[in-house]
Design a protein around this ligand. Structure first.
Ligand code: ZN
Length: 197
């Protein structure tokens, strides 16, 4: 009996590690899975195990992939002269959905946030500089979000790359101030991409 109770407690504790999940929600999820959806619980368990052991970062663009280099970076149809810098894989997916960008990406996996202790190295700036100065990239399009942190990040990237002879542009306004790319409609992103400065 003791072990049954403790494995349920362990499940609840594990679920609480998810962002925005408190003890009440974690209990609700755990009870739901045990009461109504054991198959779902097994599926979740396998999917988590597989993802946690196989997902890694692309050596070139830093996005999530299961191979050393992701399929976008390997696609010979992409224009390697254009490099678009985004904060997250979700932002990259938003740009991909517009179908209007044929270049390559660099995914920062975050944004500068000095108050939270997120610095230049944490957002992969040294790797971005190396990537952008490979001799093939001609233009870096900074598509960080139009939030205070995203703007600060864009500024730092511009300051780091321009002296190295890389043309740096920013997505045009039109994307609402304070907004995260992930939640902006596709037409707006496509226009902001075309009108970049
Ligand atoms: Zn890649």
């Amino acid at each position: 009996m003791a072990s049954a109770a403790s494995s349920l407690d362990a499940l609840i504790d594990a679920l609480r590690r998810l962002p925005g999940v408190g003890v009440k929600s974690a209990q609700r999820m755990a009870y739901h899975l045990m009461q109504h959806d054991r198959d779902g619980a097994m599926l979740l368990s396998r999917a988590l195990g597989e993802a946690a052991s196989h997902v890694r970062h692309c050596e070139r663009c830093n996005t999530y992939t299961e191979a050393p280099v992701c399929s976008v970076c390997l696609d010979p149809q992409r224009d390697a002269r254009l490099l678009c810098v985004v904060e997250t894989p979700a932002d990259q997916a938003a740009l991909e959905r517009t179908g209007s960008f044929r270049g390559l990406y660099f995914v920062l996996m975050g944004k500068l946030s000095p108050l939270d202790g997120v610095g230049l190295r944490d957002i992969g700036l040294p790797r971005l500089i190396e990537r952008a100065t490979d001799g093939v990239v001609e233009e870096v399009i900074v598509a960080t979000n139009f939030t205070a942190e995203g703007e600060a990040t864009a500024h730092v990237i511009g300051d780091a790359l321009r002296p190295r002879g890389v043309r740096v542009t920013r997505l045009a306004r039109g994307v609402p101030v304070g907004s995260e790319l992930e939640y902006v409609d596709l037409g707006t992103i496509a226009h902001a991409l075309m009108d970049r400065r």
